[in-house]
Design a protein around this ligand. Sequence first.
Ligand SMILES: Nc1nc2c(c(=O)[nH]1)N[C@H]1C(S)=C(S)[C@@H](COP(=O)(O)OP(=O)(O)OC[C@H]3O[C@@H](n4cnc5c(=O)[nH]c(N)nc54)[C@H](O)[C@@H]3O)O[C@H]1N2
Ligand SMILES: Nc1nc2c(c(=O)[nH]1)N[C@H]1C(S)=C(S)[C@@H](COP(=O)(O)OP(=O)(O)OC[C@H]3O[C@@H](n4cnc5c(=O)[nH]c(N)nc54)[C@H](O)[C@@H]3O)O[C@H]1N2
Ligand code: SF4
Ligand SMILES: [Mo]
Length: 714
Amino acid sequence: MNAPTRIDRRHSVCPHDCPSTCALDIEVIDGRAIGRVHGSQDNSYTAGVICAKVARYAERIHHPERLLYPLKRMGPKGAGQFRRISWEEALELTAEKFLDAERREGSEAVWPYYYAGTMGLVMRDGINRLRHAKKYSGEFTTICTNMAWTGWIAGTGRLAGADPREMAKSDCVVIWGTNAVNTQVNVMTHATRARKERGAKIIVVDIYDNATMRQADLALLVKPGTDGALACAVMHVLFRDRLADWEYLEKYTDCPRELEAHLATRDPAWAAAITGLSVEEIEAFARLVGTTKRTFFRLGYGFGRQRNGVVNMHAASCIAAVTGAWQYEGGGAFHNNGAIYHWRKSLIEGLDSRNPAVRQLDQSQIGRVLTGDAEALLDGPPVTAMLIQNTNPVSVAPEQDKVKAGFAREDLFVCVHEQFMTETALMADVVIPATMFMEHDDLYQGGGHQHVMLGPKLIGPPGECRSNHEVICALAERVGAEHPGFRMSPREIIDWTLRESGWGTLEDLEARKFLDVQPPFREAHYLDGFAYPDKKFRFKPDWTKVRAPNAGAMGPWQSMPALPDYWPAIEEATDEQPFRLATSPARQFLNSSFNETPTSLAKERRPEVMIHPDDAVVLGVEQGDWVRLSNRRGAVLIRARLFKGVRRGVLIAESIWPNAYFPDGRGINTLTGADQVAPFGGAAFHDNRVALERVGPELPGEVTPAERRELALV
Ligand SMILES: Nc1nc2c(c(=O)[nH]1)N[C@H]1C(S)=C(S)[C@@H](COP(=O)(O)OP(=O)(O)OC[C@H]3O[C@@H](n4cnc5c(=O)[nH]c(N)nc54)[C@H](O)[C@@H]3O)O[C@H]1N2
Ligand SMILES: Nc1nc2c(c(=O)[nH]1)N[C@H]1C(S)=C(S)[C@@H](COP(=O)(O)OP(=O)(O)OC[C@H]3O[C@@H](n4cnc5c(=O)[nH]c(N)nc54)[C@H](O)[C@@H]3O)O[C@H]1N2
Ligand code: SF4
Ligand SMILES: [Mo]
């Protein structure tokens, strides 16, 4: 006989690495299982809408392949042979290896490595407390935000902008370099509301005709890495046609006359030749934003992932300062609200123990670091021991061949704390099982909006899963790390952090679920000036000082243009490598998360590279043929999809598929580079010059994905 089922609706927050940070309303069945997941109707940004992959989260949290017990490697690295061990043994072994590495090479030989698999502040960033307490190597987190944030901050001086809910009140929404339908669906909620209620126009700037572009009234399909030219020509037209707001420019910006003079030669014909757009398209875009005061620029991460991405982001952000759109409700620009939260993170991250002299290794250069590249190691000792939480570098990091070679090193000890047997976990010596967000308490902030949010523990974890915090504290004890944070519960840490940051208490937040911390209109719109000492928006930033005033600049920063421009620093096509490949995000995956769920895999079908039919004809490539993409970093076998919505010479491979879905186990990041983008680092995932060669309809001795998973080869 079935017991009666009780379904409670409980509040939570989506922890995934997504600017939407949705407030969730979750069905909890009999206090122990998850049912349907809904977007919260009470939260004004989420507004009841979430993406499909999280709506079916029951599939991920109750997945039969979740890791449930600690494991120890038995066979060779990567062979997938593990034996179940106790938590005590897993922790003892890891601690012993860390102490051993420290004894031999010094504390910097240990590299705790993490990213944003969960965006909860306690579970994501707690690993830094262990790092700082022990003086382990630092992590310069470059894999995601460096280009976009640097480009944005260059102009405004601060990582904040107009209230993104104001998109619903604008007359023109420019969605630039973000495939929001895939990556942050709530942008579309507010933008389409403006269209429905006010007849607003939606403009999309992207490099392929994706789901977001298909919603556009004006679709601007640019060549990858050419947005700077488009922005310059738009501003040229604004000055030329007297659509620039000179009163605003004189009051709020640093050098408008110099900008105008500089742009005199950057006309639409010049930009058309660079971007691939027509002069008419550029004129139409400029006219629209020049005559629509309430124009909202929603600038994404994607167009920053080019080697000139910082310059392009800055150039795009300059347009709102030329039109003066910032002065109007529904006008201005937005990228991310990181700066509004003023967190005191010393308890979570152990910042009081941090020694700035300890080296900071570049996260994106993990392949170089682990293969002993002296420059990447900053001339310090090799890395011989790692703890990895919330990230899957063997899949997501650039220069994958190097990453794999590094993880294959016999003298490297790796403990991976994971929810699934990822490619990275497969390479580990010890694998320990992690909780999911509904199984622990955490605190969140909305990057793409303005809420401080609580995600409480709703159900118990399966098997022997433990949270990141539990693991960090248990290791701290065994390696002799001292900090009050190791003796506190997540709830105590949350309460302290809220109080110290000026956001009330845990009790308040628990009662209210989330706090709307939107700054006042004048502040968000910079009406009392931008966030530089002279209060002026910078058309001409000092690139060496935007992000790291003391660290200096990196990458080829010396050739960066002083004013907005087209900066040809990208991997331009050559005769030998005539294609430019971008690895844009797939809708059903979130980086490599969800690429373990059957419905996401079925909906995405198989890895494919999109190619223009005219390019395909020249190469004799037919629909579904295998092709070999290659560059100096490596080669990848993938099937071709003929698609008119990409420009000639451009390839798009939506990502990130498990490496096991590629015939020889080489995933798409075999082709992407880890060279530091100027001036503050980062990986240019969408900027890859490649050659393409037809293989044919079948591969000799093809192994099916199912067989590969079975073999658990990497
Ligand atoms: N479904 C899904 N959602 C996700 C993710 C995912 O992988 N899948 N990833 C999450 C993460 S970690 C992040 S950081 C965010 C990122 O989300 P976004 O801000 O959307 O950034 P990207 O996803 O990198 O790319 C966005 C778009 O930029 C385009 N693009 C690439 N190069 C150029 C260029 O030179 N010019 C222009 N105009 N466009 C260009 C790409 O083709 C893509 O369509 O999304 C998050 N949400
Ligand atoms: N080709 C290509 N590569 C890319 C990108 C691209 O656009 N194209 N985008 C890049 C970007 S923007 C980013 S941000 C990176 C992201 O790359 P990753 O940070 O590696 O993101 P995910 O693949 O989502 O991996 C997060 C992992 O964390 C685990 N996890 C989730 N929650 C927890 C937890 O509470 N505890 C523990 N221990 N583990 C947890 C998940 O199971 C998952 O395996 O990828 C980058 N790589
Ligand atoms: S849109 Fe982003 S934040 Fe919202 S539920 Fe989906 S992954 Fe999570
Ligand atoms: Mo990201």
